[in-house]
Design a protein around this ligand. Structure first.
Ligand code: GUN
Ligand code: FE
Length: 433
């Protein structure tokens, strides 16, 4: 049994729709056993009970002055793009041509893939992200490299082989049947092995033939407990391209719908240029949107419509989209999500942003109860946030007058420096000191 004393924050619902969505224990205690949460609550309430049960043998790790919360969940990013983060280009399509495809070519080398996967995971943990939905490259060795790096540290990660059989350089192309065969082999090898989860990963509609999309949809239906991830309606040039490639489809999202790819455990990156019918279909089918504000601003893709998504009831989560995104930090991602919402005259409270970065992600992935909050039996993936991490953050934090203001300061001023420690399955996997 392990115990941690700090302020404790976690969610049981979306603060946008419920007034009692969060649990805040100013002087709190988190109790862990065998890598799982036993309980989270007020320290005073616990200590009596614990003293009786454990006769004072329990050692309490003292994190007072800091905040313990569930590890962040980043629902869309690309590990092979680590080395090309912050590469300039005038928009998505030129950026893919000039930087992305040449960089992803290198992942046919297992040693290179393994080295990048390890760095990428270290960087996630430094930023407090304990679960991520990750794209590999078209090459199956890139998938083995990533899952091996994740399994070594006992992290709950989701990833899969990119499917791409047209409109890309030949050195990155698979075939409709070959790509699906490789995906199914990798799925059988890795899905639910320890904490690893497989995602069927067509890159986006323009780089898959109708035949490959058809087979990807069939594979997703054959394995309903596996994940599916792709990009959707990110950029207006891309949307126009999809319209010309799929003239019979009502919309971009309708292409995926036609192939049976709208389903629970499907994650659509960006979703900037949707209409109300697309959003209704996503809500009906429990298809989730991964909101990627740093990427959308960096590439000039557009502004996510929070109000439209909420009206329809689309499952929402936050994502970095590294390397189109400009930071591994979910705090930095909240910072830009807040501004994106403001640009559309909507307002995103800090409590909602921390929900989206934890339980919102877990729910979008149908993993509530497993990760994303501190219910009994959940996997003990958690972080220790330090409101005193930098001189400015300390100064602002001292002057905040309520939880919302404190969380807002962390979201707007925080980054990897605010993550004092990261734990996965009850084990320390990153410490800033
Ligand atoms: N659309 C297709 N591929 C990609 C990618 O790698 N990054 C982003 N941001 N959008 C994409
Ligand atoms: Fe992406």
């Amino acid at each position: 049994m392990q115990a941690y004393r700090a302020s404790v924050l976690h969610f049981s619902a979306d603060p946008a729709h419920h007034s009692d969505a969060y649990h805040w224990h100013e002087d709190g205690l988190l109790l862990i056993a065998d890598g799982k949460v036993v309980a989270a609550g007020d320290y005073q309430q616990f200590s009596v009970q614990l003293k009786a049960e454990l006769k004072g043998e329990l050692k309490i790790q003292d994190y007072r002055g800091k905040i313990i919360m569930p590890g962040f969940i980043d629902t869309h990013l690309h590990y092979p793009q680590t080395d090309m983060i912050a590469s300039p280009a005038p928009g998505l399509l030129p950026w893919l041509e000039k930087y992305t495809f040449p960089t992803e070519r290198k992942f046919s080398d297992p040693a290179h893939a393994g080295e990048v996967a390890k760095f990428f995971i270290d960087e996630l943990l430094r930023c407090g992200t304990t679960t991520a939905m990750v794209y590999c490259t078209v090459n199956p060795v890139s998938v083995d490299a990533f899952f091996t790096a994740s399994e070594t540290r006992n992290l709950r990660m989701v990833t899969g082989k990119v499917l791409m059989d047209r409109n890309c350089p030949e050195f990155l192309q698979d075939t409709a049947e070959g790509g699906i065969r490789d995906s199914e082999e990798l799925l059988k090898k890795w899905h639910k092995r320890g904490r690893q989860l497989y995602a069927i990963t067509p890159r986006f509609a323009p780089t898959s033939s109708n035949a490959q999309l058809q087979l990807a949809g069939e594979l997703a239906q054959a394995y309903p407990d596996a994940y599916l991830q792709t990009h959707a309606a990110e950029n207006t040039d891309e949307v126009a391209w999809v319209k010309s490639l799929f003239p019979d489809s009502r919309s971009y999202m309708d292409v995926y719908d036609k192939y049976g790819m709208l389903r629970p455990r499907s994650m659509y990156g960006h979703c900037v240029w949707l209409d109300d019918q697309d959003r209704r279909r996503m809500a009906e089918t429990q298809s989730a949107a991964a909101i990627c504000p740093t990427s959308n601003l960096f590439l000039g893709s557009g502004l996510f419509d929070f109000a439209g998504a909420d009206t329809a009831g689309v499952p929402l989560s936050l994502a970095t989209d590294v390397g189109g995104g400009t930071s591994f930090s979910m705090l930095q991602t909240m910072n830009e999500a807040y501004k994106v919402a403001r640009m559309a005259t909507t307002y995103l409270p800090a409590l909602r942003m921390f929900y989206l970065a934890t339980l919102g992600g877990a729910r979008s992935m149908q993993l509530e109860g497993t990760i994303g909050n501190f219910v009994a039996g959940a996997e003990a993936d958690f972080i220790v946030l330090d409101p005193q991490a930098t001189p400015l953050l300390a100064r602002r934090s001292e002057r905040t007058e309520c939880l919302e203001e404190l969380l807002f300061a962390l979201a707007l001023l925080g980054d990897d420096r605010a993550i004092a420690a990261t734990y996965a399955a009850g084990k320390l996997v990153h410490s800033r000191t």
